[in-house]
Design a protein around this ligand. Structure first.
Ligand SMILES: N[C@@H](CCC(=O)N[C@@H](CS)C(=O)NCC(=O)O)C(=O)O
Length: 232
């Protein structure tokens, strides 16, 4: 199948966009990327985005939305597959991708929590999410053994948050999930995951976190010297 002209409408911090970028890189798909300001969405974007969210994939004159749909489309128009072929295994992968979106909501709860008590509850929610994954660990380098899959693309973007959270304080989210910790490490070394964001991602994320007016924002403000040592 020949690859149509592709344009990914993106935002530099969005973990859902990263899923699509990782898939594009894994499958060596030529494409263009356009970044928009989500706080000030351009009119052309509002007119083509049914949910007002990124990522969008423009395929010639057609527009795809929802990261899971975009990743599967990219996977299907190129040789090889980042999904298992067995229907049950594929359904399980889709389920854990959905769990990844749920984990992203828990991460947002963590960085938006206004009080120390709420923050602690969100930290426990995150530990609970990763404990579920630990219990379903299938062994190997990646989620399903040694082959990289779309599930790995999803969690690569999730774990990236913790590289920045770790510079703020030790929140001990992975203290009792050694397999998840190994998986996190393996994903961090994967070139597609490294290249899915720009070099200034950590600084951009810190700026975003600082501006949330949350408990985590106050930790960023009070640990600013220690954080800059980690990030240089
Ligand atoms: N379910 C969507 C979620 C995408 C999403 O939440 N994107 C965020 C940025 S990370 C967004 O565009 N938010 C803008 C808004 O909600 O106004 C997907 O998987 O693509």
């Amino acid at each position: 199948m020949s690859i149509p002209e592709l344009e990914l409408v993106s935002h530099p911090l969005c973990p859902y966009v990263q899923r699509a970028v990782i898939t594009l890189l894994e499958k060596h798909i030529p494409h263009q990327r356009t970044y928009i300001d989500l706080a000030n969405k351009p009119d052309w974007f509002r007119q083509i985005s049914p949910l007002g969210k990124v990522p969008l994939l423009k395929v010639g004159n057609a527009v795809l939305f929802e990261s899971a749909v975009i990743c599967e489309y990219l996977d299907e128009i190129t040789p090889g597959s980042l999904h298992p072929s067995d229907p049950l295994a594929k359904a399980m992968h889709r389920a854990w991708i959905e769990f990844g979106s749920n984990t992203l909501n828990a991460i947002a709860g963590f960085y938006y929590a206004a009080t120390e008590e709420a923050f602690e509850q969100k930290r426990l929610d995150l530990i609970d999410k990763f404990t579920w994954i630990e219990r379903h660990w299938q062994g190997g380098h990646y989620f399903a053994g040694d082959g990289f899959s779309l599930v790995d693309a999803v969690y690569g973007a999730i774990f990236r948050y913790f590289n920045v959270f770790d510079t703020i304080a030790d929140f001990k989210v992975f203290a009792n999930t050694p397999y998840v910790q190994e998986w996190r490490q393996a994903l961090q070394e994967r070139p597609s995951i490294q290249q899915a964001v720009s070099e200034d991602y950590p600084q951009r994320l810190l700026t975003f976190l600082k501006q949330r007016n949350s408990h985590l924002s106050s930790l960023v403000h009070s640990n600013v010297n220690q954080i800059s040592t980690h990030l240089v």
